[in-house]
Design a protein around this ligand. Structure first.
Ligand code: FES
Length: 216
């Protein structure tokens, strides 16, 4: 829970309801038989990575999955990823589980050992940027799933605009997957911070309201 909406979601219990859910939105991930695919999930990116790694495996690829988090307690779905991969490599920043280091450290070791046809990475923007820089010199095709601020999710508001190969794209309808080597990650990261003060104010107001309710 990092903001008002996730705090509200956090109050739900099993069996509670959300009024409306729309989706799936955007373009489904392109999956094909290509050879050896490295699937990388960082933090919460592990969740959307799982069905993608499973689809690549089902399509007949050799799948090596790398998952990473700051610490062991933030890792999840190891068994799921194990079942969808030929090999699962785990790393943590603090070394509490698996290799101590970043997913890119592990990726570089894998790339030194075998030929990789495709890298698919989902996680924090900075992680995806570093993955793109790690694969660029070797020319390994790399796809990232972008996570800009989204509002309507249907291509109308423009909040999710990203720059890909110098062209403006809307991640909600044109993505979320894009060629990592063409993405302007610095712009993406700057735009992700655009509403920070409003988000902070909204969370504060929500917490004040919760406090007032619990006092009355
Ligand atoms: Fe509004 Fe993509 S979220 S255009």
């Amino acid at each position: 829970e990092i903001g008002k909406t996730t705090m509200q979601l956090g109050t739900l219990k099993a069996g509670d309801e959300i009024k409306d859910v729309i989706g799936p939105l955007g373009i489904p991930s392109h999956v094909e038989k290509i050879g050896t695919v490295v699937c990388i999930g960082g933090g919460l990116g592990i969740a959307p990575l799982y069905p993608i790694s499973r689809a690549f495996k089902e399509a007949g690829n050799r799948v090596i999955s790398i998952i990473g988090a700051r610490s062991e307690n933030l890792l999840f779905w190891e068994n799921e990823l194990k079942s969808s991969s030929d090999e699962l490599l785990v790393c943590t920043n603090d070394g509490s589980k698996g290799t101590k280091g970043l997913v890119t450290d592990v990726l570089k070791e894998v790339m030194a050992k075998e030929k990789i046809e495709l890298v698919f990475a989902i996680g924090p923007s900075i992680m995806m940027k570093v993955v793109a820089e790690a694969t660029r010199p070797a020319g390994v095709k790399t796809i990232v799933s972008l996570n800009p601020v989204m509002m309507d999710g249907t291509g109308m508001c423009g909040a999710c605009r990203v720059s890909v190969d110098g062209t403006t794209k809307f991640a909600c309808v044109d993505g979320p997957d894009f060629d990592a080597h063409l993405v302007d990650f610095d712009l993406l990261m700057a735009r992700q911070k655009m509403f920070l003060s409003e988000e902070k104010k909204s969370a504060e107001l929500y917490l004040e309201k919760c406090k007032a309710c619990s006092e009355n």
